[in-house]
Design a binder for this molecule. Structure first.
Ligand SMILES: [Ca+2]
Ligand SMILES: [Ca+2]
Length: 514
C-alpha cells in the first residue's frame, strides 16, 4: 500500500534496537506441527516494484516498452533460478482497474490485471514452477474497491453487508450506501489482544468484514483459485486491519508453503502478538505456537540497518543478539523463524508519480547504490530470517551489485543458513567499531564483517580457522567454513520441477470446511 512517510525524528526513534529480554535457547526438534517457514532455508525475490504496473501500457508510458510486467519477469526466470532464489513474490493478482498497482482490488475472481493478461499471468507462474521456484501471491483482503464506485462489488458480488460498519463509506453521502441498515452492516474491527483499540480501518477503500462467513468463503475461493493457477504461498497486505485469527483460518484452508504478513511497520511488539494470533496450532504452547504461525516482514531490521548509512556499525549488535525481529528473543522464543528481512520494498525508497516526478517523501532510496546497499545485503543475506531481495537492486542497479548479491546468496546456501540459524556476535570487532558475526548453518559456518577492513576483523581474530573467502565488497566480507575445508563451492540451479496444477476459476470452487 501507499503509505505516509516517516519524519526524520520517527526514523531515529524507530531505529532503536528492540530489547531482547531473554536469551534464545529454544531449539525444539519436533516437526509434528510444522508450518512451512520454521528453519526455512529459502531466499525470496520481490518480483516487482512500485512502477512495474506501467510496463506495456504504451499509450500512457511510451518509454516503458510494449512488454507487460509478467512477460518481463518471465524473461528473467532462468537468471532467478541460477541465482538461488526459491520464492518470488509477485504483485497483487486480482483485477484492480485498467491501470493500477493492484492494492485496490476490484474483482477477486478476475486474474488479468495491469501486470498482464490472464495467459501472461498463468505463463509466468508456470515458468517459475518449471524452474523449481515457488510463486507467492500478494493478497490484499483488508479492503476492497468498487467496480465503478465506492461499494458496487462484482465478481464476486457483495452488498454493503460485506463492509465494516464503521467504514467511512457509511458516513459519506458520495458512497450511496449511507442508508443501508446499520443492523445489516458488516460486524468488524473485532478486538484483538495484540492491538489496543482494535484492528485498523483504512480510509482509502472499503474495509471488509472477515467475520462474515460469506466474505470468508469467497476469499477462500479466491485463494484456492490462485493455488490452482500455480501460486504456492501468500504475502498478506495490511494485516493490522483484521484479526490474525482469520489468517489462521485462511492458511488452514489453503495450506500455503509460505505465509508472511505486512503488519504496521513500527509496531514491533504488536507484530509478535499478531504472529501468535495467526497460528494454526491455537491450542499449543510456547514454541509450538510459533511453528504454526505466519511470518511477518521485519521492518525493525530495515529501520536499524539504515544506521549503516551513517557508518554506525556497533548499533547492529542491538543488545547482544542483533537487530530486528531476527534479534528478538522475547519470552525465550525464536522469533527469527518468523521474520522476513528486506532492504527496500515497493513502498519504501525512491518512487514516482505517473508523470515521472518523485512522490512526496520518496525522493531517495533507503540505501544508495554503493557500499550502503551492499552492506545492508551483507547483513540480511547472511543472517537468520528469510531474506527478501528487491527486484530493482538485483536487476536494475548494475551487474556489480547483482554479482555481489549472488555471491552472498551462494555463501548462505553452501553453509545452509536457515531462518532459525544461531548467531554469535563478535565482541572483539565491536570494540574496533565494526560489526562481525558467526552464523551457524546446517552444513557449515559463515562469518561476516560489515564495516572496516580485514585489519579490524577477520575470522582468525576470533580464533576461527580453515575457512574460505566467499564474497566481498566495499567494507564487508563473507567467509564460509566447511568440513574438510574444500575449495569454494557453488550452488546449482533448482533441479526439481514443481507441478503446474490445473486451473480452476474461483466461482467453481467449493471451499472445504474451516
Ligand atoms: Ca475503509
Ligand atoms: Ca480493516
Amino acid at each position: 500500500m501507499k503509505r505516509i512517510l516517516f519524519t526524520r525524528w520517527e526514523l531515529t526513534r524507530r531505529a532503536k534496537p528492540i530489547a531482547a529480554a531473554v536469551l534464545a535457547v529454544v531449539f525444539a526438534t519436533s516437526c509434528l506441527f510444522a508450518q512451512a517457514g520454521f528453519d526455512d532455508n529459502r531466499v525470496m525475490l520481490q518480483g516487482f516494484y512500485w512502477e512495474s504496473y506501467r510496463f506495456g501500457h504504451t499509450d500512457k508510458f511510451p518509454t516503458m516498452g510494449s512488454k507487460h510486467w509478467y512477460e518481463m519477469v518471465q524473461d528473467k526466470v532462468p537468471d532467478i533460478d541460477s541465482a538461488g532464489f526459491d520464492l518470488v513474490w509477485l504483485p497483487p493478482p486480482a483485477y484492480a482497474g485498467d491501470l493500477s498497482a493492484g492494492y485496490n482490488p476490484k474483482q477477486y475472481f478476475r486474474l488479468d490485471n495491469s501486470y498482464g493478461s490472464f495467459d501472461q499471468h498463468r505463463s509466468v507462474v508456470a515458468a517459475l514452477l518449471t524452474h523449481g521456484i515457488e510463486p507467492i501471491a500478494d493478497i490484499v483482503i483488508n479492503h476492497r474497491d468498487g467496480t465503478t464506485g465506492w461499494a458496487d462489488f462484482t465478481n464476486p458480488d457483495w452488498g454493503p453487508w460485506s463492509i465494516c460498519q464503521d467504514d467511512e463509506a457509511f458516513s459519506n453521502p458520495d458512497s450511496g450506501i449511507t442508508k443501508f441498515p446499520v443492523s445489516q452492516r458488516g460486524q468488524c474491527e473485532e478486538q484483538v489482544d495484540y492491538r489496543p483499540g482494535g484492528t485498523y480501518a483504512y480510509p482509502s477503500f472499503r474495509d471488509i468484514a472477515h467475520p462474515d462467513p460469506r466474505v470468508r468463503a469467497d476469499i477462500e475461493r479466491y485463494l484456492l483459485s490462485l493455488k490452482s493457477l500455480g501460486y504456492r504461498g501468500w504475502r498478506f497486505d495490511m494485516v493490522h486491519g483484521y484479526a490474525g485469527k482469520w489468517i489462521a483460518v485462511y492458511n488452514r484452508v489453503t495450506k500455503p508453503t509460505f505465509s508472511v504478513g505486512e503488519y504496521d511497520w513500527d509496531k514491533h511488539s504488536q507484530q509478535r502478538g499478531w504472529i501468535k494470533a495467526t497460528s494454526v496450532n491455537s491450542d499449543a504452547q510456547g514454541v509450538e505456537i510459533l511453528r504454526g504461525s505466519s511470518d511477518v516482514f521485519d521492518f525493525t531490521t530495515q529501520f536499524s540497518l539504515k544506521l549503516i548509512d551513517a557508518g554506525n556499525y556497533t548499533s547492529l549488535y542491538g543488545f547482544g543478539n542483533g537487530i530486528g525481529m531476527v534479534g528478538d528473543s522475547s519470552e525465550g522464543l525464536p522469533w527469527k523463524n518468523r521474520a522476513v528481512t528486506f532492504v527496500e520494498n515497493h513502498d519504501t525508497g525512491y518512487r514516482t508519480n505517473e508523470d515521472g516526478t518523485p512522490e512526496p517523501g520518496h525522493q531517495f532510496d533507503s540505501f544508495a547504490n554503493n557500499w550502503q546497499v551492499e552492506q545492508a545485503y551483507a547483513q540480511i543475506l547472511t543472517h537468520p530470517g528469510v531474506p527478501c531481495v528487491y527486484w530493482k537492486h538485483f536487476f536494475e542497479w548494475g551487474p556489480d551489485l547483482q554479482n555481489k548479491i549472488k555471491a552472498i546468496i551462494n555463501a548462505r546456501k553452501i553453509a545452509d543458513i536457515t531462518s532459525g540459524s544461531e548467531i554469535d556476535l563478535q565482541e572483539n570487532a565491536k570494540n574496533l567499531g565494526v560489526y562481525a558475526a558467526r552464523v551457524v548453518g546446517r552444513k557449515g559456518e559463515l562469518y561476516v564483517r560489515i564495516g572496516g577492513s580485514d585489519q579490524q576483523w577477520q575470522p582468525s581474530a576470533s580464533g576461527y580457522s580453515d575457512y574460505r573467502e566467499y564474497a566481498q565488497g566495499a567494507g564487508w566480507k563473507v567467509w564460509v567454513k566447511l568440513p574438510g575445508n574444500p575449495q569454494v563451492a557453488h550452488i546449482s540451479a533448482h533441479g526439481t520441477v514443481l507441478p503446474v496444477p490445473e486451473y480452476q476459476p474461483a466461482g467453481k470452487i467449493n471451499p472445504p470446511p474451516e
